[in-house]
Design a protein around this ligand. Structure first.
Ligand code: BTN
Length: 325
């Protein structure tokens, strides 16, 4: 384990630790400890130094813990989980999983990170990914004998499943903005980015990236270009590791079900969570925008908009929030 990781594991409790004790626990000098501490603001962590008491983080952290994740769920024995890798700092978990897929990894290979340097959002945006505070998760799924027809609905499956997990932890006011924005009281709580490679009608794989704001530091939140919220603003009793484990388990089960039965088992939940249905919305498309009344989705997951020209279907685009709440 790197010295910085060891140090963060000690400081994660939010208590004071003297430079001397930190040094002896890591087997390094006090000045080496100080050098590492100086780098923590770079990853968005605020360290307080108080004479005679030592150092502490301004807020405790619950770092990702492989054992806790495996044991706080039935993941350890799940045949659907082929591998779990946890990174401290990575460019993007999606990018890594696409690489793992090319290297031959199996379905159910899951990657988590404490921080992403270049977290990818939809439509070329950056996904703000500060250290130790949110959930950044990607996993691989292979369709060997040809994907189900409605593969385009898979991102809705990921969204609905994530929203349901959040609801099951007791949060209310959760909804989906087509195609896969997870909102709570109209503010963004999570997002999904699917990346695809292969043949639609033959062997292919999909990397599903899920980002959920768990406890977004205020300074990092300033960089987000839309209203946002996080889980800890609505409940302080949810463990980050337990939440992550539950989410992974639910997603793997959902994809397994989708592979066998398609989107149909998820439709009722989608309809219940769909925030657009019945609303007049603005859909940004490549060459402008379209205003219409959202009429739900078709079996391919495309958005149905009732416009002046009748009901039109859209398989991509960004629904504007302006008229929604
Ligand atoms: C969106 O813009 O709503 C989609 C955001 C998806 C973010 C997640 S975080 C884990 C995974 N790795 C990435 O680089 N992006 C996705």
């Amino acid at each position: 384990m790197h010295h910085r990781t060891q140090l963060l594991r000690i400081l994660a409790d939010g208590q004071f630790h003297s430079g001397e004790v930190l040094g002896s626990e890591l087997g390094i000098s006090r000045s080496a400890v100080w050098k590492i501490l100086k780098t923590l603001p770079e990853i968005g962590l605020d360290v307080q130094a108080v004479p005679r008491r030592g150092y502490r983080l301004s807020a405790p952290l619950e770092l990702l813990d492989r054992e806790k994740i495996l044991t706080s769920s039935s993941l350890a024995s799940s045949p659907l989980l082929s591998e779990l890798e946890i990174h401290e700092n990575i460019d993007s978990t999606n990018r890594l999983m696409m690489q793992r897929a090319r290297e031959g990894s199996n379905s159910g290979h899951v990657c988590l990170a404490e921080q992403q340097q270049e977290g990818k959002g939809r439509r070329g945006r950056q996904w703000i990914s500060p250290f130790g505070s949110n959930v950044y998760l990607s996993f691989l799924w292979r369709f060997t004998e040809g994907a189900p027809d409605a593969l385009s609905t898979l991102s809705l499956v990921a969204g609905v499943t994530t929203a349901r997990v959040i609801e099951n932890f007791g949060l209310t006011g959760v909804g989906m903005k087509w195609p896969n924005d997870i909102l709570l009281d109209g503010r963004k709580l999570g997002g999904i980015l699917l990346e695809f490679a292969g043949e639609h009608s033959g062997p292919c794989y999909i990397v599903s990236g899920i980002g959920v704001n768990y406890s977004m530091p205020t300074e990092a939140g300033i960089e987000i270009d839309q209203p946002w919220t996080d889980i800890c603003s609505h409940s302080n009793a949810i463990s980050r590791n337990h939440f992550t484990a539950t989410l992974i388990e639910a997603l793997l089960l959902a994809y397994d079900k989708f592979q066998a039965k398609g989107f149909e088992p998820f439709m009722a939940d989608w309809q219940r969570l769909d925030l657009c249905r019945g609303q007049t919305v603005v859909l940004q498309v490549q060459d402008g925008h379209i205003i219409g009344r959202a009429e739900g989705i078709d079996e391919q997951g495309a958005l149905l908009l009732k416009t002046e020209d009748g009901v039109r279907r859209f398989s991509s685009g960004e629904v504007s929030l302006r008229t929604m709440r």
